[in-house]
Design a protein around this ligand. Structure first.
Ligand code: PEP
Ligand code: MG
Length: 526
């Protein structure tokens, strides 16, 4: 089956269809309106924090300001006093503001009405107890309306969207365009009534075409995934691997379908969190073995990084004053050595069957590395992984690379999400990004690249920065060997690297001599 719609964000992608009906049928609201607003505002702040592209961040911060606007709150209170139930009060007051914007002539201001509706939907979702991203990763999402929170990198971004309402100037579409996530608007969602959830759908965001099931294979113009294999780098005689970040064996399979050159970061704590407990060694063994078999390339398993913003019952403390600076990542392992050992056993068993790599999170000292390496070596079962490395996310490691190389570290993977927060002393969840210096971050990365090259250690980047095309080109130009990005971003990042003309890399490197952060970003984004 084939359908035509209006393209509002270009690109090609395919995946299983997932209907999102939350915005059409919100769950019955519970809880307190003010608390729900606070949770929704915090969630927008968190997403703004995750968005290193200043344009995306500004959209989210503008939405957060809208949500916290006292005028809206007062309008909601007035409706509550006149007897409206809370969800009706939020919706009706939002509709009133949106209608006022809709009535304006200026197309830019008109498009802001969509933001108001989106923020109202987020507030209502929060009231119903759901404030997290509502998009299944890797899916083609069918929804009434496209939301900013859905399309951001770092969230559970879908491969593509088919929506009923949307314009190319709405913020969510602008972000999708930047990210290369295709979006097509159809006249009615009922046109896809005969397609069941989970059925494979391809979306061509250039032509506005939607191809379902078998027909996809007959659609020669649809580039459904990136070509497999590292991308030759025009700035020098080398190729860049583009791998995927996943949290399950199923996602490892999607990574292969998307053309990823393997998995650069398997966040095992997400697999733990999915079970709500520490899985047994046998369960882990099965999951890691399946992931290694499905990925179509090496799989880099990160030992569990619980704590901080990823608490896990039974492992992490509930009452830490400053969890991001406390007991998280490998710092937990000495307290739960049997959990660590069982995980390493499961990883080594998977390594006996396929190309498996292992890395450790939150390593901050040489002793930390020695402890992790010794624990891995002490496991008698399975095979030694193909490579063993560490995340570079605590700034102290920037100054320990020669010693790490001498002590057996085979690769480094820059976790730019945490490196950014620790380098700038700005919490990952903090909405105010004005104290963060992208120029300092870029120079810290440049330093890491020089050190890794000088000591013969492979360097990857698996933090959110790698999923931004402008940063990806800079990272490649600096000498990074591998980028690991969310599955839906594989194709866009491979495309961005492949497009770099031979003369471009030195130009990008000029950005590092910028005199200010603004100057740096302007040069980086062209
Ligand atoms: C990072 O810190 O950049 C990273 C990739 O790890 P996480 O986001 O899981 O902390
Ligand atoms: Mg991290």
């Amino acid at each position: 089956m084939e359908l035509n719609g209006t393209p509002i964000a270009p690109g090609f992608a395919a995946g299983p269809l997932a209907r999102i009906v939350a915005d059409e049928h919100p769950a019955p609201p519970t809880g307190d309106l003010g608390e729900a607003r606070g949770r929704a505002a915090a969630s927008l702040g968190e997403r703004a924090h995750a968005a290193l592209n200043p344009g995306h961040r500004d959209v989210l911060l503008a939405q957060q300001a809208m949500l916290l606007d006292p005028e809206w709150w007062d309008a909601v209170q007035a409706r509550l006093e006149s007897g409206d139930p809370p969800e009706v009060a939020v919706q009706a007051a939002g509709d009133q503001f949106a209608a006022a914007l809709d009535a304006l002539d200026d197309p830019y201001l008109k498009a802001r009405a969509a933001d108001v509706r989106e923020v109202a939907a987020l507030w209502l979702a929060s009231l119903a107890g759901e404030v997290t991203a509502r998009t299944p990763a890797g899916a083609v999402v069918l929804a009434g309306r496209l939301a900013v929170a859905d399309v951001l990198p770092g969230g559970r971004a879908a491969a593509a969207y088919i929506v009923q309402d949307g314009s190319p100037t709405m913020h969510a579409a602008l972000i999708a365009q930047n990210l290369g996530v295709p979006v097509v608007v159809v006249d009615s969602l009922s046109l896809l009534d005969s397609v069941t959830d989970g059925e494979e759908v391809a979306v061509d965001g250039d032509a506005g075409r939607i191809v379902v099931g078998e027909a996809r294979r007959a659609a020669p113009t649809l580039a459904l995934s990136a070509p497999p294999g590292p991308v030759p780098w025009r700035g020098g005689p080398r190729a860049i691997e583009v791998r995927a970040n996943v949290g399950s064996a199923e996602e490892a399979q999607s990574a292969r379908r998307a053309g990823a050159d393997g998995v650069g970061l398997f966040r095992t704590e997400l697999f733990f969190q999915g079970r709500g407990r520490v899985p047994s060694r046998a369960e882990q063994q099965e999951e890691y073995r399946r992931a290694a078999a499905a990925a179509g390339g090496p799989v880099c398993f990160r030992t569990f990084d619980a704590g901080g913003d990823k608490p896990l019952a039974g492992l992490t403390l509930a009452d830490e004053e400053n969890p991001a600076l406390g007991r998280r990542g490998m710092r937990l392992y000495r307290d739960v050595p049997e959990v660590f050992r069982e995980q390493l056993e499961a990883m080594r068993t998977a390594a006996a069957e396929g190309p498996v790599e292992v890395m450790f999170p939150m390593v901050a000292t040489l002793d930390d590395w020695n402890y992790c390496r010794d624990a891995l070596d002490a496991v008698g079962t399975g095979a030694r992984p193909k490579a063993v490395g560490v995340m570079v996310e605590v700034p102290s490691l920037l100054f320990l690379i020669p010693e790490l190389a001498a002590l057996g570290v085979q690769f480094l993977s820059l976790g730019t999400n945490d490196l950014t927060q620790y380098l700038s002393a700005v919490d990952r969840a903090e909405a105010d990004r004005s104290h963060l210096s992208p120029l300092a971050l870029a120079r810290a990365i440049a330093h890491t690249c020089r050190e890794a090259a000088a000591h013969g250690v492979k360097l990857a980047v698996c933090g959110g920065l790698a999923a931004d095309p402008a940063w990806a080109v800079l990272l490649a130009a600096l000498g990074v060997d591998e980028l690991s990005v969310p599955v839906p971003r594989v194709s866009a990042i491979k495309g961005a690297l492949a497009k770099v003309p031979a003369a471009s890399p030195p130009d990008v490197l000029d950005a590092l001599t910028a005199a200010s952060d603004q100057d740096f970003l302007a040069r980086l984004c062209g």
